[in-house]
Design a protein around this ligand. Structure first.
Ligand SMILES: Nc1ncnc2c1ncn2[C@@H]1O[C@H](COP(=O)(O)OP(=O)(O)OP(=O)(O)O)[C@@H](O)[C@H]1O
Ligand SMILES: [Mg+2]
Length: 482
């Protein structure tokens, strides 16, 4: 009687389906069912296979094999294969998945399904990969798919490579000398207004993807940044962070070592793609009258227009303490695309530094520090950071030393005296997009002055002549995210 009740039957059927589904998922049998279903489905398609052997007939390495392997290892579907190897990545705590032999993994491209089988070659010493494409899809997807593999493999290769820092040396014929670039600065470690940081990040991200866009416009694929602000506000650290983010080499160009315009041209020609080309303290260099370089020599360099081959896929960065006395022609849009202001610390930046350097988010002395900042005192992030590092075992002592430093060295270096403290003036001064800034530091218990600590830092500026007479003027920013 009850069995003939349709309502009861529906309930029972639903319960049975739910129970089967739960059982399939709980036991993992669902993967087996999917596999069988795929095999069943494949019976209705004709596949064409393409083999990618590890070596060619002359036993030379087939580079495509390595590229495809890298590509397959980057696919998320590798996690679904029955057997994968876990190996250490580039960083010691990084674990990466690598495909094992005799596995099949699936990939989707332009709506078509393709299969890759990893297997041993007939002689069982060398390996091979087999790509299976449905015949019906072959004409449409094969070429673009292989192209796509190349593009992804290029990107992966770029990520894997070790970065280098190039410096121009005086010796003839050896324009650039390279050393490994291992600066630990990242966009995360730079104290900067959160909004600004994310703007810079997305600017760099969209630059990386914009090759077609720039080419369609007939423009050289490059982006130029001006970082300006007082000494010790993080400009050089930011250059390093940018290079690490982009995974680009760094060319640190010391203009005082360049004889004339033609040498400058040669230096640019000798840079490679995927690089950040930095000129530090450009304002100071331009202010020195006794230079062998002409206005057009420097501006041509900045434009990279000598030849698109020597500016393609490059980021140019110029740092300055102030752009007030710089000929606006150097800063016009196109020559400099983005202006980023690096100000001295305000209270928000101080709190972010306290969080990262001392692990302190709140402290009873904070209200006193805030008052001093509000009265117009300020120090650079470098100055405050060094004080915190020196007193890192005692947050109270560290904050007290910051207070003392603000009251002595920091007087009048903040908003009060130098005016502007925030800054994102988009294109307001006919000089490209205007982003802005990170913030400041101090140090020195036991009689250290700000000036003493200033001598302790600096990374790209390995040229002693440039670092010895650094000065700081200009002011800065809003809240930072650390
Ligand atoms: N905004 C910041 N966030 C985090 N650390 C900072 C920041 N600014 C400065 N520092 C720290 O201070 C030190 C000096 O910074 P950096 O050399 O980048 O300053 P700079 O602006 O290039 O100074 P200069 O104009 O004298 O070359 C670095 O070690 C860096 O860690
Ligand atoms: Mg610097």
């Amino acid at each position: 009687m009850i069995l003939s009740n349709p309502f009861f039957l529906v309930i029972v059927t639903v319960c049975i389906f739910v129970a089967i589904r739960v059982a399939l998922y709980k036991t993992g049998l669902v993967f087996l069912v999917k596999k069988w279903w795929r095999r069943f489905e494949d019976c209705f398609h004709v596949y064409q296979s393409f083999k990618v052997p590890e070596f060619n007939e002359s036993m030379q390495e087939n580079q495509l094999y390595g590229r495809v392997t890298d590509y397959l290892n980057s696919l998320t579907s590798i996690e679904d294969s029955d057997f994968t190897n876990l190996v250490t990545g580039k960083k010691p705590n990084e674990i990466v998945l690598k495909l094992d032999r005799n596995q099949t993994i699936e990939d989707d491209f332009l709506g078509a399904k393709v299969l890759w089988e990893t297997g041993a070659s007939t002689d069982s010493t060398s390996r091979s990969l087999v790509l299976k494409v449905r015949k019906a899809d072959k004409r449409r997807i094969l070429r673009p798919y292989l192209q796509h593999i190349h593009v992804v493999a290029d990107e992966l290769e770029q990520k894997k490579r070790d970065l280098r820092l190039f410096m121009n040396v005086e010796a003839p014929n050896r324009a650039w000398r390279a050393v490994p670039f291992t600066h630990p600065s990242t966009l995360e470690t730079i104290t900067m207004e959160a909004d600004l940081k994310s703007k810079v990040k997305s600017d760099l991200e969209s630059f990386l993807k914009a090759r077609q866009y720039y080419h369609r416009l007939g423009r050289v694929w490059k982006r130029s940044f001006l970082l300006y602000g007082p000494s010790g506000t993080g400009k050089s650290s930011f250059v390093a962070a940018m290079a690490n983010f982009l995974n680009y080499d760094v060319y640190d160009l010391d203009l005082s070592r360049v004889k004339d315009d033609s040498e400058l041209k040669t230096l640019l020609l000798q840079t490679t793609t995927k690089s950040v080309i930095v000129i530090e303290d450009l304002d100071r260099y331009l202010a020195e009258k006794s230079t062998g370089l002409s206005f057009s020599g420097i501006s041509n360099f900045m434009d990279g227009l000598l030849n698109s081959c020597c500016a393609e896929e490059r980021v140019m960065v110029f740092t300055m303490n102030s752009k007030d006395h710089v000929d606006p022609a150097f800063l016009r849009p196109g020559r400099i695309d983005v202006h980023i202001h690096f100000p001295l610390c305000d209270f928000g930046a101080f709190k972010n530094l306290a969080t990262s350097y001392l692990g302190v988010k709140e402290h009873k002395l904070f209200s006193q520090v805030e008052e001093i900042f509000l009265s117009g005192s300020s120090l650079s992030p470098a100055e405050i950071g060094e004080l915190m590092i020196a007193n890192r075992n005692s947050p109270s002592r560290a904050i007290k030393s910051v207070i003392t430093a603000l009251q002595t060295d920091g007087d009048g270096r903040g908003v009060g005296m130098f005016g502007r403290r925030v800054g994102f003036d988009v294109g307001s001064r006919k000089s490209g997009d205007e982003m802005v800034e990170p913030g400041g530091v101090f140090c020195g218990e036991g009689g250290h002055t700000v000036r003493d600590f200033r001598k302790l830092y600096g990374f790209l500026r390995m040229k002693s002549n440039r670092s010895s007479n650094s000065q700081s003027f200009d002011a800065g920013s809003a809240n930072r995210d650390g």
